[in-house]
Design a protein around this ligand. Sequence first.
Ligand SMILES: Nc1ncnc2c1ncn2[C@@H]1O[C@H](COP(=O)(O)OP(=O)(O)O)[C@@H](O)[C@H]1O
Ligand SMILES: [Mg+2]
Length: 301
Amino acid sequence: MANKTRKALLVGFTAWQTNNAFKIYKEYLRRAGVELSLLKIDEYALCINKGVPNIDAKNYDFCIELVKDQYISTLFEKQGKPCFNAYQSMCLSDDKFLTFVKLSNEGIPLPKTISGNTDFDGLTIKDFKRSKEFKDKIEKEMKYPFVAKPTFGYGGKGVVIIKDRKEFDKFIDDIGQSPYLYQEFIKDNPGTDIRVMVVGGKVIFSIMRQNPNSFISNVSSGGKAIKYDATKEQKRIAVKVAKILKLDHCAVDFFNTENGAPLVCEVNANAGGIETNEELTGISQAEKFVEFIVGKVYKQK
Ligand SMILES: Nc1ncnc2c1ncn2[C@@H]1O[C@H](COP(=O)(O)OP(=O)(O)O)[C@@H](O)[C@H]1O
Ligand SMILES: [Mg+2]
């Protein structure tokens, strides 16, 4: 048992995940005596033949899931092999409205947010249209301008400001059945937000992102990360958020409010930017994550 080779699997999709992130995790895990293999989500074909899958979770001690992949996660978790992050937690953070449902009634400060289209389990409903009543309801709750964003969005893509009913009518027609949510526009310091990185229930660093050209602060949309020490209260809330969602590695993003009060914008499981964050803060989130995982998986062995 003591000499058994420690093995793990990393599941990734984007070029950054399968090249950069894989290499970084592989090296930190190598130092901990764990051999890491890569599974590219766009290349693998999980085959169940005569009731037996062609990937055997028994060959690995754990899985690092950089994407939400229900098949590999379920395969691993069914055999008692942990996934980091756990599948259920990945689902909660992937769906921005589900995140807020889970964080509601927990004393977490959240902006006023309304669920838009739900996912009709992939069903295409011909000529689906939102009613006038639905639009009136949102209009009544939200003052113009308000924000609409894709429920499963990332990188600031598709986040828009809606300034009047004319724009709202057009927007609703354009999105069809796509899942979107509606949110009050936070006008304090637009284009900036505060990211608190939590690994294994502890804050490991915080940064600020600033975009002088847009209200969208994401680095992939032109924002720039700078050094920033979040407030004690933001850090406390970030740890609480990670705990509620049971996320072992996540970035909890806050609006940059005028008075510094914490106000959660969204939560990202397995947030990227490992290299740039390390340059800025001197701390590697991958190293901290590996430390946490290895401590958890091998602690009794
Ligand atoms: N309600 C809002 N009010 C003002 N700005 C917002 C609001 N929601 C999002 N933003 C801006 O848009 C960016 C992207 O939105 P976010 O919810 O984080 O989605 P994504 O997953 O695409 O990053 C945020 O970082 C913030 O700068
Ligand atoms: Mg974001």
